[in-house]
Design a protein around this ligand. Structure first.
Ligand code: 5CA
Ligand code: ZN
Length: 416
């Protein structure tokens, strides 16, 4: 899949810091220690009702990490999938009387435009499920060949293939430190089928859904027949194929902790024997609107594209999002747009002076804040402070505005 353009990032001199990143599995702030090439996986959108501000916040958190890694001299290989075939997508296409392929294509195009406008760095590999069917089916077939699966056929259809978790040396609840009752409840809520009779373990994830009448299907090859993959194996297969496991960072919104990432990790263990799937599990806290989590099922969505159509500058949206720490829940209100606009205007004013107070300390403060668990609010506070000093006290450094503006661009994606 074509992603979107890579912006050119200016070089910024100064001291670098070890990145410390919160990891949910160990519930601790841990140093991130990738090799020369850092490998990350960000779960991508299911292409309908995107991009809302919750999605944007998630990809922005990944973008800040990407920028910090580049700034620290790493290469970054990142994978982002697109869940371009799934029950909710089919249901939405059916509801709206459109072809699911058109719905997906239009939503992906919109997502691309939103990411470009928000200056989110594109992933190295941007892949839809449909175009990755060979990679995914070969992962399913490998699990079947290992004898780690079983099939079910009943009035729902079949034969559907499940992973037999009983044979896998993995604890899918580990990432979120979840007990079994919580896992069962979350599985039922988030696309699993713990109540289906005949499953060996109610939590066993479906790997292959046999073709259902009237639904799209693909040839899964030997032993699988016509059907389509389960959700979790799509991400596992791409991560194992393109990143190898363990990779450095798994990113997503908090609703992906379980079952999605728990099962992705368990499947990778089943496939490769690796005990660890990702070194760090990093989650964007869920963004709310009108008192509830912004979600497609509730419909309380604020779209990046609608804001843009209404004339809101993309950099205002970016400033608004950067004003919230990725790990803190927050609720969107329209007033936040005014606050972000005022902030941006003040930065622009400060950057347009001829001489200003020196910028080195501000750049160091921005880098230190981002290295400390992507603390973007603290980075913006350092910018505010420099802008205030510039506009009230002035200074005699004629290189400072250029330096600060390059740091804003490269480290924060704020291209003014
Ligand atoms: N296609 C799957 C991942 S493989 C999926 O979850 N798609 S999604 O379109 O529903 O969400 C895309 C990303 O945005 C996911 O990481 C999800 O966790 C995140 N997300 C969804 N809603 C919110 C929200 N309200 N706040 C923050 N992040 C959110
Ligand atoms: Zn995923």
């Amino acid at each position: 899949m074509i992603s979107w353009p890579t912006p050119f990032l200016p070089a910024v001199p100064g001291e670098r810091f070890q990145i410390e990143l919160y990891d949910l599995r160990t519930d601790s702030l841990r140093p991130l220690r990738p090799g020369p090439t850092a490998r990350t996986y960000a779960c991508g959108v299911t292409p309908y009702d995107s991009t809302h501000l919750g999605h944007a916040a998630t990809y922005l958190a990944g973008d800040l990490l990407h920028r910090a890694l580049l700034d620290n001299g790493h290469e970054v290989v990142s994978v982002q999938n697109i869940t371009d075939i799934d029950d909710p997508l089919l249901e939405r296409a059916h509801r709206d009387g459109v072809d699911w392929k058109d719905l997906a294509a239009d939503s992906i195009a919109l997502f691309r435009d939103d990411m470009t406008a928000l200056a989110v760095l594109p992933p190295t590999h941007y892949l839809g499920v449909v175009e990755s069917m060979d990679t995914i089916t070969s992962a399913v077939r490998a699990l079947v060949a290992k004898g780690m699966t079983y099939t079910l056929t009943d009035e729902r259809g079949g034969p559907d293939v499940y992973l037999d978790l009983g044979q896998v040396d993995a604890a899918p609840g580990d990432i979120g430190r979840l007990d079994r009752d919580t896992m069962l409840a979350l599985s039922a809520e988030r696309g699993g089928d713990p109540d289906r009779a005949g499953k060996r373990d109610p939590l066993d994830p479906m790997l292959w859904l046999a073709a259902r009448p009237g639904e799209p299907s693909w040839d899964g090859g030997d032993g699988l027949g016509q059907g389509r993959p389960g959700w979790h194996i799509e991400c596992t297969a791409l991560a194992v194929d393109l990143l190898d496991v363990p990779f450095d960072v798994q990113l997503g919104g908090y609703d992906l902790v379980f079952p999605h990432h728990g099962m992705s990790a368990a499947q990778a263990t089943a496939l490769t024997g690796a005990a660890t799937y990702a070194e760090h599990y990093v989650y964007q806290a869920l963004v709310a609107y009108q008192g509830e989590k912004m979600s497609k099922s509730r419909g309380n969505l604020v779209f990046v594209s609608r804001l843009r159509e209404a004339g809101v500058e993309p950099m205002v949206i970016r400033t608004l999002l950067l004003g919230q720490h990725y790990r803190r829940e927050w609720e969107y209100t329209d007033e936040m747009l005014q606050v972000a606009t005022a902030r941006l205007t003040r930065w622009r004013e400060a950057l347009s002076v001829n001489t200003a107070p020196a910028g080195e300390e501000t750049v160091t403060a921005i880098r230190a804040a981002l290295a400390r668990d992507l603390d973007s609010p603290a980075a913006l506070a350092a910018l505010d402070e420099w802008a205030t000093r510039t506009l009230t006290e002035g200074g005699d450094d004629n290189e400072a505005p250029g330096l600060v503006s390059r740091a804003m661009d490269a480290l924060l994606g704020l291209r003014l």
